[in-house]
Write a protein that binds this ligand. Structure first.
Ligand code: ARG
Length: 464
């Protein structure tokens, strides 16, 4: 005879390997808090509608709270034969309070139970991402403000293009992470719906009140179609996508940090606290932190694709395939949160080597476009101006100097329309790019001010 909770129609015991293969308990323990809170709300609602007596509700709630404490103190006896967190907690409840424990599952199924627990877990973690993203945007905004006049080579194709400021570049990343923040926030709002009470797939004949559990658990509304609700994992997919995109952005910044901290660039120095050494080469100081962030991006993409693929072709409603939803989400969440935390710490402790950045601008004729623009202002058609500037660059190359250091007489020999007022300095170049959203310090200051406003607005609202 089977001793399982669902064992009534079984005449043989489960195989050992079945238990190991089928169980989610080793990983879905992670959901214990959400499971207990969901069960408490469910029991209280069953009391409100007269399915449970006040005494029964009281016994169930007290028992569930005790189980929560047992788990937190590490005293709970985990047994893989219980299969999952839902049955492990229910079995313990019955041990603690007797027959009444068996009434808790009235008007409920593990299908809506797991949909509820997992959704609330994802929403909780979503909040943590929102908070950390605001902290990350804050540090980038501080760097934007402080370094709004720090000039470095702006690049395209990783080749010197035009001078920009480091503050400007930091605000570019702040803009990416702001979109990530808003994506998490929108996902939270879209998915803050209650599937509890959907039961196995068709709803329930019991006179339950889904609005009551909705309110108790802090959702905005109950989900509207039970068949969809027990098999929908869009909230988890969105979470995985949000994390994957966040990782893509973190990885791009990580890549720049790695390049900038190389001997060739020397634009930044990563603090000793966040760098590592080599076991053989004593002189080495390695950027393991940004490298790991870049590396973990692979698993964040993989996890998203894994769940998308699992979901494909599932008939309605619940299928056991859905149990594969959890580990990928736990994994992406854990690595995403720790990566964000350490990135924030690395950015707040790194040194900015302003002189190296400035010196690098003296290679690659960064102000060539400025010369062409100057000629355009003198009425020369842009294409011709481009050509004249090309000749000036060739002359500078021949002399082994940067275009900005070519004497004015030489430039005037190339084209007499070039006047005394020509200023090819890096400072002038950066100052001149004051079109909306450009690199001029005034424009960066405007972006910083907007981000400050955004940060204080979002913090006041407390996320959602
Ligand atoms: N452990 C299961 C999961 O994670 C819970 C739901 C099981 N429901 C069922 N009908 N077998 O998906």
């Amino acid at each position: 005879m089977s001793e399982k909770m669902w064992g009534g129609r079984f005449s043989q015991k489960s195989a050992k390997l079945l238990e190991e293969f089928n169980a989610s308990l080793p990983f879905d323990k992670e959901l214990y808090r959400e499971d207990i809170e969901g069960s408490i709300a469910h029991a209280q609602m069953l009391g409100e509608v007269g399915i449970l007596t006040p005494q029964e509700v009281e016994a169930i709630v007290t028992g569930l709270r005790q189980i929560g404490e047992e788990i937190e103190r590490g005293e709970f006896q985990w047994d893989i034969a219980d299969e999952d967190i839902h049955m492990a907690i229910e079995k313990r409840l019955t041990q603690l309070i007797g027959e009444t424990g068996k009434k808790l599952h009235t008007a409920r199924s593990r299908n809506d139970q797991v949909a509820l627990d997992f959704r609330r877990w994802v929403l909780r973690q979503n909040r943590r991402f929102q908070t950390l993203l605001l902290n990350l945007i804050e540090i980038l905004t501080q760097l934007g403000e402080r370094e709004k006049e720090t000039i470095l080579p702006g690049m395209t194709h990783l080749q010197h293009a035009q001078p920009i400021t480091f503050g400007y570049q930091m605000m570019a990343y702040a803009s990416m992470f702001k979109r990530d923040y808003l994506r998490f926030k929108e996902s939270y709002r879209r998915n803050n719906l209650n599937p509890l009470g959907c039961a196995a797939l068709a709803g329930t004949p019991h006179p339950i009140d889904r609005h009551s559990t909705t309110q108790k658990l802090g959702f905005t509304a109950p989900t509207t179609n039970c068949l969809d609700s027990v098999s929908d994992r869009d909230f988890a997919l969105e979470h995985l996508f949000n994390i994957a995109t966040l990782f893509m952005h973190m990885s791009r910044l990580a890549e720049e940090l790695i390049i900038w901290s190389s001997q060739e660039f020397g634009f930044i120095t990563i603090s000793d606290q966040y760098a590592t050494g080599s076991s053989i080469m004593p002189q080495k100081k390695n950027p393991d932190v940004p490298e790991l962030i870049r590396g973990k991006t692979g698993r964040a993409y993989g996890n998203l694709l894994a769940l998308l693929t699992t979901m494909k072709g599932l008939p309605l409603a619940y299928n056991k395939d859905l149990q594969e939803d959890k580990e990928v989400v736990f994994d992406s969440t854990r690595h995403g949160l720790i990566s964000l935390q350490i990135l924030i710490e690395l950015l707040s402790t790194m040194e900015i080597n302003r002189e190296n950045m400035y010196r690098a601008c003296k290679r690659g004729h960064l102000t060539a476009t400025d010369l062409a623009d100057y000629l355009v202002n003198r009425g020369v058609p842009f294409r011709e101006a481009h050509h004249i500037t090309g000749r000036a660059v060739a002359e500078a190359e021949k002399r082994g100097v940067d275009l900005s250091d070519l004497p004015l007489e030489i430039l005037r020999q190339i084209d007499p329309r070039i006047g005394e007022d020509l200023d090819l300095s890096l400072e002038k170049s950066v100052q001149s790019r004051k079109s909306f959203g450009g690199t001029a310090p005034g424009q960066v200051a405007r972006q910083v001010a907007e981000f400050r406003k955004f940060l204080s607005r979002e913090r006041k609202k407390g996320g959602e």
